[in-house]
Each structure stands twice: as structure tokens, then as C-alpha cells.
Design a protein around this ligand. Structure first.
Ligand code: FAD
Length: 456
């Protein structure tokens, strides 16, 4: 007997329920990845994520080869490709991890229909790409939690399975054709300091984090120059790490740092359950406000200055430049850069979210769009009109200015916290640095936002 496992956002062998179920049901398994041109067509195949994905597929193939198998790669419409592979291999069942975006749900439906037409069955497995899947915990009278804290309380009470070990052997039918995996080096416009992908790398990162980093997480997660977060987000996005395993191992480690870390992991599931219940919020406001976002030439110029990290607010610019250089940004940077765009510049959050998705290696529809909406005040934040002041944020989270000096070389020679206020430098020093003047006055920005939202 033969079974197909379609890998999507779960590019690993450890703790993989679909693979485990396929191996239990069949003697031979086809581990399949289908590169879907529709993902590129939808503008979602950003070079940084394609490069990281290339590492993940290579690593998955290598791990399967160590176990006597290999990865089969195809390109095309997933429903048609899976159907063709199942026929070629004589497989009577296909296993897949449940996904929660509109795209994933549509793919699953089409796959089920295509397989049913041939009398084959699709088995969909929960708790593969999230720790607690959407729908497991719901409030009375609603499809999803709209507020994080009560969700977290219920989420914590769920008992998660013991993580599954990686299989020792995987027998794959020999005759199947496989497309080549695009090499990372062949992908253009990749951020110069992009992290490496793949399951082995993800596990190495997690093991080091649990050994050395997590204990200080509570105190240090907001420390911009300290860079003291786990950096596992791309591994969770591509599924080279299992969220169930990350939560279970963090809880086993214990202590206040691990508890704060697990709470953060819960935010990820929280957004997935919002998106699963309301797929339209990928583009539509979760809550409608009175917003009259700025548009026109001046608004476009402001958006471009923001993208380039030339707003004249050093901490905002440092964060934006970290994004270009690494395809990743510290969470505190994401918060203050997003608040600057959506509130201080009063530009539509979708403009900023698009740019983040173009660059973030962990760029994810649920996490990116709903975090953006949270910051913009159209989402689940219960204080939708608060505005982060970039100067206060800088002084609090980068008190000596090291983060700014690292990412804004024009200001590298300015010592201490003075780097956050370059407009106070002597005129000649300012002019020589080539660093721009602020594109907006903070109090004017605040007034414009309040007026646009109908607060004044
Ligand atoms: P750690 O601090 O080590 O946290 C561990 C894990 O918890 C993260 O990997 C992530 O999976 C989860 N987590 C932490 N904070 C959040 C959060 N606010 N929301 C959801 N999950 C969280 N995260 C993404 O994975 N993809 C995105 O596209 C994304 N876009 C964002 C856009 C904005 C405007 C903001 C404010 C946040 C965004 N985040 C996104 C959330 C968060 O910034 C990143 O998950 C985090 O910075 C990743 O770094 P880390 O793995 O070192 O995090």
C-alpha cells in the first residue's frame, strides 16, 4: 500500500502527524511538495521567503534521504499534481496538515474533490501548523475570541500531545519524477543577512534558545540592541519547527522567562483563529473605524521615505533598515515602525503591511495583517487610539542608541542617546551626515490622526 503526504507549511520530519499516519497506513509513502505558481501570481512569493524555502526543501530532502527516502517536488496546481502523483504511485490516501487562511482552505476543498473523483481519500490533520488549532477553544456564541487575554486563559488549559519523534525510515516508491529544488543562490534580491532555513537549523536554534536565551526573555524581549528574542518565527512560518513541540519543551523548561515566551507563542495561535473565522481580514478592517487615510502625492512620498528608512526619526529608520538587511525585524521595531506609518503618518495600514510582506522572511497573512491591524487600531487592540511616540520608544528600548548606530551608519559617530535627536546636532554636523530632517512633526502627526479618525 502507498500513501501520499503533501507538505505545505510543515516542512519537517519531527512531530509530523500526517507523516506518522501515512507511515502507519502504508508500506510506502510519497513525501510531496508542490510549488504552486498561484502563490507567485498572488505576489506572495517574496525573494526572502523563496530563499528560506529553498533551504527548507533541501534540508527536508536530505533528512528523508538519511532515512532511505527522498522528497518528490512538483510544480503546478496542487490539486492536479497531487491527483497525478497519487495515480502514478497507486496511493489510495493523501495526508495533509490543516491550514487556516482562505488560500489553504480553498486548496484543501479542491484537493478533496479531485481525489474523491478517483475514489481516493484526503485525511486532514489538526495541530500541525498551530499548537491549539482554530475552533478548539471558542467563547460562547462566537466562532472565535476577539480579545487575547480570555483566549490565553482557555488556550493554556488545553492539553497538547507529546511531540512525535521523527521516523527512522521512510520508503518512497522509486519511479516518481521530481522537479529540481531551486537553489537559494539562484534567487535574486535576497536580503544580505537573511537567516538560514531548514529543519536542522531550526532545531539547532531552538535547542540553543532553550539552553541559553529563554530564561531572560521576560526582561529582555523588548531590548532592541540586545536582540535577545528567539528568532524562530520563520521556522514556525515554514513549519521547520513544530509549535506543539516548541510549547511543550518551553513548558518543560519552566520559569518566568519560559512562561512569558509561551504567552507570546499563544499570540500566534490567537491570530490564526481570528483569520480562520474571518478570512476577509487579510485585507478588510476587522473593526470599522472612521478612518480617512491620507492619499495623494505627499502621502506616497511619506510612504516611500518610511520604506527606505529615511523618515528622520532614527529608531524608525533603524528598524526599517534592519528589515531590508535581514528580512526580519525585532518585534519592538515592528510595533513602533507600524505605529509611525499608520498613526503618525496616518497612512493606510495595508500600505505598510504590503511592504512587510515583501520583505519579511516570517511574513505570514495571519500574523502580519492582524498585528498591523492591532497597531493601526482597526484590529483586536482594546485601546485603538493610542499612538506610540518614536522618541519615547527610542529612549526606553534603545537607551544608549546602539541599535540606531548599528543600522543607521550616517549617525554612527554620534555618541549615546543624542543619536535619537539628530535635529539637535550642530547644523554642520547634521548636513555632513546626510541624514534627513524629520518628515513630520510629531504633534502635527498626532493632531492629523485624531482628526482623521474623528476623535476631535
Ligand atoms: P520571539 O519574541 O522569540 O517570540 C516567539 C514566537 O512567538 C515568535 O516566533 C512568534 O511565532 C510568536 N510571537 C511573538 N510575538 C507575536 C505577535 N505579536 N504576534 C504573533 N506571534 C507572535 N510575526 C510573524 O511570525 N510573521 C509576521 O508576518 C509578523 N508580522 C508582524 C507585523 C507587525 C506590525 C508586528 C507588530 C508584529 C508582527 N509579527 C509577525 C509578530 C512578531 O513581531 C514576530 O513574530 C517576532 O518579532 C518574531 O521574532 P522572534 O521569533 O524572535 O520572536
Amino acid at each position: 500500500r502507498c500513501a501520499v503526504v503533501l507538505f505545505t507549511s510543515d516542512l519537517r520530519l519531527h512531530d509530523h502527524p500526517p507523516l506518522r499516519a501515512a507511515l502507519a497506513a502504508a508500506d510506502e509513502v510519497v513525501p510531496l511538495f508542490v510549488r504552486d505558481p498561484a502563490v507567485d501570481g498572488a505576489g506572495f512569493a517574496a525573494p526572502n521567503r523563496r530563499a528560506f524555502l529553498a533551504d527548507c526543501l533541501e534540508s527536508l530532502d536530505a533528512a528523508l534521504r538519511e532515512r532511505g527516502g527522498r522528497l518528490v517536488v512538483r510544480e503546478g496546481d496542487p490539486a492536479a499534481e497531487v491527483r497525478a502523483v497519487a495515480r502514478e504511485a497507486g496511493a489510495d490516501e493523501v495526508h495533509l496538515a490543516a491550514g487556516y487562511s482562505a488560500f489553504a482552505q480553498h486548496r484543501e476543498e479542491r484537493l478533496r474533490d479531485a481525489l474523491a473523483a478517483d475514489g481516493r481519500r484526503l485525511h486532514v490533520h489538526d495541530a500541525v501548523v498551530t499548537a491549539v488549532p482554530p475552533g478548539w477553544v471558542t467563547p460562547q456564541n462566537s466562532t472565535h475570541f476577539a480579545v487575547f487575554t480570555p483566549y490565553f486563559r482557555r488556550w493554556q488549559q488545553e492539553s497538547l500531545r507529546d511531540p512525535l519523534a521523527a521516523p527512522r525510515t521512510v520508503r518512497v516508491p522509486g519511479s516518481l519524477r521530481s522537479a529540481l529544488i531551486a537553489a537559494r543562490g539562484s534567487i535574486g534580491s535576497v536580503s544580505p543577512e537573511l537567516a538560514a532555513g531548514g529543519e536542522a537549523e531550526g532545531r539547532r536554534l531552538l535547542a540553543g534558545w532553550l539552553r541559553r536565551g529563554v530564561d531572560d526573555y521576560g526582561e529582555r524581549h523588548d531590548d532592541l540592541p540586545g536582540d535577545a528574542t528567539s528568532r524562530i518565527s520563520p521556522h514556525l512560518h515554514f513549519g521547520t519547527l513544530s509549535p506543539v513541540e516548541v510549547v511543550r519543551r518551553s513548558l518543560a523548561k519552566g520559569g518566568p522567562g519560559a512562561e512569558a515566551f509561551v504567552r507570546q507563542l499563544c499570540w500566534r495561535d490567537f491570530h490564526q483563529q481570528v483569520l480562520a473565522a474571518r478570512p476577509a481580514v487579510a485585507t478588510a478592517d476587522y473593526r470599522t473605524r472612521q478612518d480617512r487615510w491620507r492619499t495623494g502625492a505627499a502621502a506616497d512620498a511619506d510612504a516611500e521615505a518610511w520604506r527606505q528608512g529615511r523618515t528622520g526619526y532614527p529608531v524608525v529608520d533603524a528598524a526599517m533598515r534592519q528589515l531590508s538587511a535581514q528580512g526580519w525585524m525585532h518585534n519592538r521595531g515592528r510595533l513602533l515602525a507600524a505605529s509611525f506609518l499608520a498613526k503618525t503618518l496616518y497612512l493606510d495600514w495595508r500600505v505598510g503591511a504590503r511592504h512587510f510582506l515583501d520583505l519579511l522572511v516570517d511574513g505570514d497573512i495571519a500574523e502580519n495583517q492582524l498585528n498591523w491591524q492591532w497597531v493601526a487600531g482597526t484590529g483586536t487592540d482594546s485601546r485603538p487610539n493610542r499612538v506610540l511616540n518614536p522618541l519615547l520608544q527610542a529612549k526606553r528600548y534603545d537607551p544608549d542608541g546602539d541599535y540606531v548606530r548599528r543600522w543607521v551608519p550616517e549617525l554612527a559617530g554620534v555618541a549615546g542617546a543624542a543619536v535619537h535627536e539628530p535635529w539637535r546636532l550642530p547644523a554642520k554636523e547634521r548636513a555632513d551626515s546626510g541624514y534627513p530632517d524629520p518628515i513630520v512633526d510629531l504633534s502635527e502627526g498626532l493632531a492629523r490622526f485624531r482628526q482623521g479618525r474623528g476623535l476631535d
